[in-house]
Design a protein around this ligand. Structure first.
Ligand code: PEP
Ligand code: MG
Length: 846
């Protein structure tokens, strides 16, 4: 292999590819190179070689130069639309050309006004083991002048084979409750990429296994590392130690895994053992038990949702053509995913689309596809083989959260295959009241369905924490998963009764069951519709006690939809969403802008801004909190702000500034002592004075048993109290809210928690202060009458629950609630509390 010089094919202006206003070229999806804005109209061969392809529209040509390097020259951008007008080709595919030979003449004057740009990318679509060692400087260049000098480089195979010798390493235990799943894997990969180091990871249990590159989220996920597993992180290269330090910090601090209980999906139940049931076809009246993925109730008819197979090219058109096809398809899908994520910003679905987008950039996957193409596979074959292998590896992971991410690989494969084929999947046609039956679904299929189009979903496979489940729940489509293979024997059109809340599917029920189900479905639908229609009415019990029903918010984009669902304000703005997942803390101005925008969206309704609740299970990468033996009891919540005033002060100032735009209040999380409240008040007063702005009311979040017991002392010095029942429950019962081992027993309706809430209300009342609840109990219909009975007058719920909670409040009598509260304070178990609360709820027809 020898060096090679490519000469400028045009007179013109030379620029780097980054300046080309087309993402496919600028992002080097087709390969590295340069661009020339031509001043003369004839493109010449940059070196001797053979014409591999000449586009029918005459605007693009690929040459294979002697030595195997392939170069694509694409005259102008979007010139393909001209269909050849203005272009004259002087050669044909297969022709041998010499350096400097005219290839294509373009009528610059005629073409320029009709296209986006005449800038001509000159791209190395195949380097054949060469690397660019010199490149002409940007600016004016004359035809024939040296443009690029290529020299043989270490081949990819060589570099892959080079032994990995770590210069630094560390052994860590994984603190994440759900193991190393997609999001933390992507964050690790992102951090690893920012260092000049080759970082790899290997499970400590198999230290001799080949370490996996940290730049590949898919490969990291496939390791199947679970909560508590030990792993060795090692690095080579100039920044090895720095990379290891940063990654160790990120891993040890829990990687920003934020899982507020009222937002997290239900913990993974083991998928039902239905798959082990012999697959006798289902008969009339049979009932099938499955796992709830999205609660709800529906009656309808079975409909099969087949996923149409995309056409797959079974033969390669040559490596260069396949690489180009792959790059173009990938760029198109990336743009499509970005567009959809943007359109649904802030939603669960956007998060999933972003995760898919990151998988498209996974370096290991891209390398593996490239290897497949180099071996003679079509882009479609290579993509299929790589993605199916990744999906199979994930499916074998012992942790169900990770195994359920296999769907995402299958989905992404499917979507890109359509792009590679240049086609779109046929539209879905479903009968009325369709209860969709499928072996399995992928996230994009469910994302394309609407609650109006389908009554429910039942899959033979899948799991309750899959993205399919999350999307179904966010769309309000009742869904069961892991129903087992027998569900596949249901014929289309069969009447079905789907009780997704109860985890049951009834096939072709008898007339009496069907009639009762119809009544029940109508009752539930009417109740939901009535709650939605009356969402604008104020929260008040039927005997006139005012109960404000607000929404918990995490982002600006959630405010307007919450108001549309009837939220009477925001009882908890979790400001940490603005602080997490970024490299540095947001400035005072940034915060002021965000809080002001939310206050404005709430349009005169109250906004309670919680001071940064960070540390413990919510670390920020830039926050220097040393690893703690027991972070839930360490530096978290207001303790962080008081220890690091540079975090607290800008936030207080931003809150005060937003106070000019609406009824803004502020509250401090994790207060355990009156001293802490005094320090916050002193800081708030000082900042209000320095800004010359009025004070805003200051509240205490009651999340520690100490605060609940000392509520009277706190109430004497604060303006309101808001109970964070998620943390209060974890601290009262000494059960980690993020630990699946105790997830089954951690119950906010435990009488121990209810007694603390009762104490808190008494303490507040003795000083005439109001009490709200912003933890998960405010979204639990069973808890609502008890909380009202104990003296709570504001409920801040998950936004989707606001209409239902409001409707429930309007159905209750405060007198009855008080009687219920007295009763539950006397019982000894959460189960007894539930029985009593259920009786009350059913008694008021909810
Ligand atoms: C709570 O603890 O109940 C609460 C609302 O705060 P978070 O869930 O954000 O910790
Ligand atoms: Mg909390």
């Amino acid at each position: 292999m020898s060096s090679l010089i490519l000469a400028a094919p045009f007179d013109g202006w030379l620029s780097p590819l980054d300046d080309v206003p087309d993402a496919v070229f600028a992002q080097r999806l087709l390969g590295d190179g340069v661009a020339i804005d031509p001043l003369d109209g004839t493109l010449h061969a940059p070196a001797a070689g053979t014409v591999v392809s000449l586009h029918a529209a005459g605007h693009a040509i690929t040459l294979r130069l002697d030595g195997g390097v392939e170069v694509l020259m694409h005259i102008g951008l979007e010139t393909v639309r001209l269909g050849g007008e203005g272009f004259v080709a002087h050669v044909r595919a297969g022709d041998r050309v010499v350096a400097g030979q005219p290839l294509i003449t373009v009528d610059l004057g005629a073409v320029a006004p009709r296209v986006k740009s005449l800038v001509t990318p000159i791209v190395l679509t195949e380097t054949a083991g060469h690397a660019v060692i010199e490149q002409a400087a940007p600016g004016r260049i004359t035809r024939g002048a040296p443009l690029l000098v290529l020299a043989p480089a270490a081949t990819k195979a060589d570099s892959k084979a080079q032994a990995f010798v770590p210069a630094a390493q560390v052994t860590l235990r994984l603190p994440l409750a759900h193991g190393l799943h997609a999001r933390p894997a992507a964050r690790l990969a992102e951090l690893a990429r920012s260092y000049d180091a080759d970082v790899r990871i290997v499970p400590a249990a198999t230290p001799d296994a080949a370490p996996c590159r940290l730049r590949s989220p898919s490969a990291i996920m496939a390791l199947g590392l679970r909560h508590g597993d030990a792993m060795i992180v090692m690095a080579s290269g100039p920044a090895a130690q720095a990379a290891i330090d940063a990654l160790a910090d990120l891993i040890e601090t829990g990687m920003g895994e934020l899982r507020p209980l009222d937002q997290a999906p239900a913990p993974a139940a083991a998928p039902a053992p239905a798959a082990t049931v012999p697959s006798a076809p289902l008969q009339t009246g049979d009932r099938l038990i499955a796992v709830t993925a999205a609660a709800g109730y529906a009656i309808g008819q079975a409909a099969w949702l087949e996923r149409p197979e995309p056409p797959r090219a079974e033969a390669s058109d040559g490596a260069a053509a396949e690489r180009a096809r792959f790059a173009q398809g990938r760029a198109a899908l990336a743009a499509d995913l970005d567009g959809r994520a943007q359109a649904q910003e802030g939603s669960e679905q956007a998060g999933i689309l972003i995760a898919h987008r990151q998988l498209l950039d996974d370096e290991d996957i891209l390398d593996a596809v490239d290897d497949g193409i180099a071996r003679g596979e079509s882009a479609s074959q290579a993509w299929h083989a790589v993605m199916q292998a990744r999906a199979a590896a994930l499916r074998a992971a012992p942790d169900p959260h990770i195994a359920q991410r296999a769907d995402d690989f299958v989905d992404l494969e499917w979507q890109l295959q359509w792009h590679l084929a240049g086609q779109t999947p046929p539209p879905v046609a479903l009968p009325d009241a369709a209860i969709v039956i499928a072996r399995d679904l992928v996230p994009s299929q469910v994302a394309a369905l609407s609650a109006g189009q389908v009554a429910g979903l039942v899959t033979a496979q899948g799991g309750p924490t899959s993205h399919v489940a999350i999307i179904a729940a966010s769309k309000g489509i009742p869904a069961l998963v892991a129903a087992g293979p027998r569900v596949l024997s249901i014929a289309p059109g069969t009447p079905l009764l789907l009780d997704a809340t109860g985890g049951m599917l009834t096939v072709d029920p008898d007339a009496t069951t069907w009639a009762a189900a119809q009544v029940e479905a109508d009752r539930r639908a009417a109740r939901k519709a009535a709650a939605q229609a009356a969402a604008g009415e104020e929260g008040r019990t039927r005997d006139g006690l005012r109960i404000e029903v607000c929404a918990n918010l995490g982002k600006r984009s959630e405010a307007a939809p919450a108001v549309a669902s009837g939220a009477e304000g925001c009882g908890l703005l979790r400001t940490e969403f603005l602080f997490l997942d970024r490299a540095s803390a947001p400035s005072e101005d940034e915060q002021a802008e965000d809080y002001t925008a939310i206050a404005q969206a709430l349009d005169g309704r109250p906004l309670i801004i919680r001071l940064l609740d960070i540390g413990g299970d919510k670390p920020a990468p830039y926050l220097p909190i040393p690893a703690e033996e027991n972070p839930a009891l360490g530096l978290r919540g207001i303790r962080v702000g008081l220890a690091q005033r540079e975090m607290l002060v800008p936030q207080l100032r931003a809150v005060l500034r937003a106070g000019a735009h609406g009824p803004v209040k502020v509250m401090a999380p994790m207060i355990a002592r009156v001293d802490e409240l005094r320090s916050v008040r002193a800081a708030l007063t000082a900042e209000a004075a320095s800004l010359g702005l009025p004070m805003v009311p200051l509240g205490v979040m009651v999340e520690t048993p100490a605060a609940a017991v000392m509520a009277d002392a706190l109430a004497a010095e604060c303006d309101f109290l808001s109970i964070g029942t998620n943390d209060l429950t974890q601290y009262a019962l000494a059960m980690d809210r993020g630990n699946p081992a105790v997830a089954g027993s951690i119950d906010g309706l435990d009488p121990a928690v209810l007694r603390l809430i009762g104490l808190c209300c008494e303490g507040a009342e003795s000083h005439g202060k109001w009490v709200g609840v912003c933890g998960g109990l405010a979204s639990d219909p069973l808890a609502v009458p008890i909380l009202i009975g104990l003296g709570v007058t504001e409920l801040s719920a998950a936004p989707a629950m606001v209409p239902e909670i409001k409707a429930l409040v309007r159905a209750l009598s405060s007198q009855d609630c008080r009687a219920l509260a007295l009763e539950v304070l006397q019982v000894s178990t959460a189960a007894q509390v539930r029985v009593l609360a259920t009786q009350m709820i059913e008694g008021v027809g909810r």
